[in-house]
Design a protein around this ligand. Structure first.
Ligand code: ADP
Ligand code: MG
Length: 728
């Protein structure tokens, strides 16, 4: 990676999602994996309990193409005649279930005989240690040499419902539908397939990603974005290997196909080693959060939420408003649903217009509630329910509907289910049914599952499903403009960063504040000096009182050792200088002391200390953080992250997102700070770290925001010397 990217390149990157990803297969190329004509099973066998037998049986069961067992030591497997090698199978896809040591040769043979689609079920690769990792590397090279679409190794296999393809060794095939599912865990595939039958979730394609030696989440998210039969993409992911490529692919897909994932492994390792506030707060989960958000991917917190969201999204209708109508025949559950709507960040209770209220009044008995939540009361017939629904659904503020029923003696629940599904079809408004009962409501549940209307027991889950729709509505309306280019003195920054090469450590502090000037980020007046007389001279030029700080790469947090003096009168500057140096010596006798910074005193009374920082994530690259700053950053942890660089709009969102946002916008008689200058500083810092990958961590803490503008008063950054070397 080059050290410095031209802003024009940055523009190009964001304009062209495929710009740096030319090696990955396009969507069309993966159709061979899910809709092959002839599938060779290499390692097919009759032996009970073997993977080779299980996958052959599954393929024979429903596949409407041909299955060719490959096994040199057998004539026949499960009644099908065998060929001796994959080269003789004339297949367009191969499923490989041979021992690990034989996989590479088989895959090479696939390449040589033109079998482009290969699914390696065999385990014993990267997941097993050094030898396995080596084998996986070889597998990758062979796949690259022949340009194979290779799934696995260590995969449960792939399935695709339109052609009845079940090339897995799992116990079942899933019900057909429009959800395509990728999973980094094979066990999770079998669990979900089994459970999906009861849940009314139907699948188009399913892939167990295995070790992702070749094809990974990015390839599938892109392929399914181009697949007209996939309405929703669902993922169970433990890692995303190339975060930026995933973001580019997912942005294209989420334009018309929602993507929702559960990302497991949320606890952070590695954050401890950080030497900046930002590094300490930014764990990999913050990076995933920022990355998935940038990708327009919805993130579920649990498996239940993942599939609740998938069921809601599978309906295909996107709401036109975030207003929710609740129509119920039971008061209590109606209140629960109303509460859940209130708790949902992206939903609100729809407010009916006068016409709606009037029509509901005419249609419903006197005891009914005609305002939202609409209570059609316990003796409601299917017709009364329907009438109320029709009226509510026509209200312009209604984007989604929750229909709630408790078991009552008057209703035929099969009929009720049909009515709800009819209403959903006719109005094209997403609906969630809340069937608060067990066996008595089974008919309704069956009908709704059959007709693709999500139903739940719990009102909160019904509302949760609808919230995914609201979230997707927001994602789909997004545009991803390239950040506005920034004019900067990049040569000067390169020079300053390179100065670490002459030092014993990789950290820079306030002595590098000229970087701010180079990127147009305002700083207080000041200078770093190395003798008391000079300090006095600088102070005289600044004002009556100044701030003085020890400058040493060995002192991370200056104020922790009394290394910051705020409000020093000019007459005391020389003494203060000596005092700061002796404090540093007391703290660490052999500390490298570069001098003392003399700085203009900023009036903090009507200012807010904010922090702008950055951290380089191994998967997602540079992240930019904004939050409430000062010395208690880690305690407050009121921060938000984005992938760097950000433009003005994204930077503005960041300033609105933190809990302390009202502080910036003026609260309790305080004047608002100049928010535009905060936004501008955030985007400039984000561009700086995007331009210089050698900056692996950076804190601007505090960036003092006042009604008159911002000033960056402190700086700490860590340089990766290896990236520096590759810097031009
Ligand atoms: P460190 O973070 O290493 O302790 P800082 O330079 O951030 O050192 O200073 C610590 C605190 O001192 C800041 O959070 C701020 O409250 C105050 N401070 C620092 N510089 C100034 C300044 N120029 N004007 C006013 N207050 C300052
Ligand atoms: Mg600081």
């Amino acid at each position: 990676m080059s050290g410095d990217r031209d802003p024009a390149d940055a523009l190009l990157d964001s304009d062209d999602p495929l710009a740096d990803d030319a090696t990955t297969d396009g969507g069309a190329a993966l159709t061979g994996l899910f809709a092959p004509e002839r599938v060779a099973v290499v390692g097919a066998t009759d032996r009970e309990g073997s993977v080779g037998r299980a996958v052959t049986e599954n393929l024979i069961a429903e596949f409407d193409g041909e299955v060719v067992p490959v096994n040199p030591s057998r004539d026949e497997v499960l009644g099908l005649s065998c060929v001796g090698s994959v080269a003789d199978a004339d297949a367009d896809m191969a499923v490989v279930a041979v021992p690990p040591g034989a996989v590479i040769d088989v895959v090479r043979e696939c390449g040589e005989s033109g079998v482009d689609n290969v699914v390696v079920l065999t385990a014993g690769f990267g997941e097993t240690g050094a030898e396995g990792a080596d084998r996986e590397q070889q597998l990758r090279s062979v796949a690259e040499e022949y340009d194979l679409n290779l799934v696995g190794p260590n995969s449960l296999g792939v399935m695709s419902s339109p052609r009845g393809l079940n090339a897995t060794f799992g116990p079942d095939a899933p019900p057909a539908g429009a959800v395509s599912f990728m999973s980094q865990s094979g066990a999770f595939v079998t669990a979900v397939v089994d459970w999906a039958k009861e849940q009314g979730v139907g699948f188009k394609d399913v892939v167990s990603l295995g070790n992702k030696a070749v094809l990974d989440e990015t390839d599938f998210v892109r392929a399914w974005g181009d697949d007209p039969d996939t309405d929703v993409v669902v993922g169970y992911l433990e890692s995303i290997d190339d975060g930026r490529a995933f973001v580019d692919a997912a942005r294209e897909t989420t334009d018309d196909t929602p993507v929702t994932v559960v990302k497991s492994g949320r606890t952070d390792a590695g954050a401890q080693a950080a030497s900046s506030h930002t590094g300490a707060i930014a764990g990999s989960d913050r990076a995933y959060e920022a990355g998935l958000d940038a990708a327009g991917v919805l993130r579920a917190e649990s498996v239940q939420e993942l599939f609740d969201s998938a069921r809601a999204l599978a309906g295909g209708d996107v709401p036109e408003s975030d207003g929710v109508a609740v129509v119920t025949n039971a008061g209590g559950p109606g209140v629960m649903a109303t509460d859940a709507v209130g708790d949902a960040e992206r939903l609100r209770l729809a407010s009916f217009d006068d016409g709606t209220v009037e029509r509901l009044g005419e249609a419903l008995p006197d005891e009914a509630n005609v305002y939202n939540p609409v209570d059609v009361i316990g003796d409601a017939s299917v017709d009364r329910f329907r009438e109320a629904l029709d009226i509510a659904l026509r209200d312009p503020d209604v984007g989604t509907v929750v229909v709630i029923t408790a078991p009552t003696a008057t209703l035929d629940f099969g009929e009720l289910g049909e009515m709800i599904a009819d209403a959903a079809d006719e109005h094209g408004v997403p609906m969630a049914a809340c069937l608060m009962g067990g066996g008595r409501l089974a008919d309704a549940r069956d009908v709704l599952r059959e007709r693709g209307v999500p139903s739940y027991f719990d009102p909160a889950r019904a509302v949760g499903g609808l919230e995914s729709l609201a979230e997707y509505r927001e994602v789909r309306g997004r545009s991803y403009p390239a950040p506005e280019p920034i004019d900067a003195d990049r040569d000067r920054v390169r020079e300053i960063l390179s100065s670490v090469e002459e030092r014993s450590d990789n950290r820079l502090g306030v002595e590098a504040m000229e970087i701010f000037d180079a990127y147009g980020i305002p700083t207080p007046e000041g200078a770093v000096v190395d003798d008391p007389a000079e300090a006095e001279q600088i102070a005289e030029g600044i004002g009556e009182e100044v701030v003085m700080k020890i400058v040493s790469p060995d002192i991370l947090h200056k104020s922790d050792i009394g290394g910051v003096k705020v409000g020093v009168p000019v007459a005391e500057v020389a003494d203060a200088y000596e005092d700061l140096v002796s404090r540093a010596r007391n703290y660490q006798p052999d500390a490298t002391i570069l001098g003392v910074q003399v700085q203009e005193l900023i009036d903090l009374d009507d200012g807010v200390e904010t922090i702008v920082g950055s951290h380089t994530d191994p998967q997602f690259g540079p992240l930019v953080m904004f939050g409430l700053g000062g010395v208690f950053v880690e305690i407050m942890e009121d921060t938000t992250f984005r992938l760097a660089p950000v433009g003005c709009d994204e930077a503005a969102e960041m300033t609105e997102e933190i809990d302390a946002a009202p502080l910036l916008r003026g609260a309790r008689g305080r004047e608002a700070v100049d928010i535009d200058s905060v936004v501008d500083a955030v985007r400039r810092v984000s561009q700086l770290v995007a331009d210089f990958p050698s900056i692996v961590e950076l804190d601007v803490n505090p960036l003092v925001a006042t009604p008159d503008g911002v000033r960056a008063v402190d700086l700490r950054l860590t340089v990766d010397p290896e990236e520096l070397e590759s810097q031009s």
